[in-house]
Design a protein around this ligand. Structure first.
Ligand SMILES: [Zn+2]
Length: 242
């Protein structure tokens, strides 16, 4: 069964081949009938690889399609093509590379698919309508409030010490401990994210929009938390000078 979201994508991007007028698949780089390169159609990254939008992606298939299409877009193949076709092949090549880089990375893929489904997610939405704490850091997850407060003080102390040319070994080891803990929490988030991938995929497949929205909401919260944890780890790593 084709769900609403897939059919929207298909209609939005369907067009006819400029050379032979055959109907094109959504986001097709080449015409299936005459094999001519097509101008970029603004189709989504999954369609570029002829893949159904899924979070549990067949990475072997993705890689296979990437290499197949890369070969077809090789500049040597366009040596005698028109200037327009040359230009399209370069544009499609860069689209293909962007799509591959995004889809093969689990987090980037999740962000991309959620945004494709209208989710407001990422740094540009971080902290929106949410209170800021005293440290000026937005969205401290409630269960981490105390630890983050403590951590920020330790980081400040460490930086001050550095400026004076002192290294407090106890402080250093506390910070390393904190770094390890936050990395562990990141792993927990990743596990929960993977579980939601499956929920999302199954809901999309069966056309269950309520379940899909629930999975989506949960993933947005998990990604917010993950981004927050990554920033903490980055701050600690930078301060430790590793
Ligand atoms: Zn054609």
């Amino acid at each position: 069964m084709l769900n609403a979201q897939e059919s929207t994508i298909t209609t939005a991007a369907s067009a006819a081949c400029w050379a032979c007028s055959a109907q094109l698949e959504a986001a097709a780089l080449f015409c299936a009938q005459c094999g001519k390169i097509q101008p970029p159609s603004g189709g989504n990254f999954f369609a570029v690889f002829e893949l159904v939008p899924r979070l549990n992606l067949d990475l072997g298939m993705l890689e296979h399609q990437f290499h197949r299409l890369s070969r077809k877009l090789h500049p040597d193949r366009f040596a005698r093509a028109s200037a327009e076709e040359k230009e399209w092949s370069l544009a499609q090549s860069s689209l293909l590379n962007d799509a591959y880089r995004t889809l093969k990375d689990p987090l980037a893929r999740t962000y991309y698919l959620l945004k494709l489904n209208g989710a407001e997610i990422g740094e540009e939405f971080a902290g929106r309508n949410r209170p800021e704490n005293e440290m000026g850091t937005s969205r401290v997850p409630a269960d981490l409030l105390e630890e983050v407060f403590e951590l920020n003080m330790q980081l400040e102390e460490m930086r001050m010490g550095r400026k004076m040319g002192e290294v407090d070994e106890q402080l250093q080891s506390d910070l390393k401990q904190a770094e390890k803990k936050f990395l562990g929490l990141e792993d927990e988030v990743d596990e929960k994210l993977h579980a939601e991938w499956t929920n999302w995929d199954e809901a999309a497949e069966s056309g269950d929009e309520t379940a899909r929205d629930a999975a989506q909401k949960s993933m947005i919260a998990l990604l917010d938390r993950r981004r927050y944890l990554s920033n903490l780890v980055r701050d600690v790593t930078e301060t430790l000078g590793e």
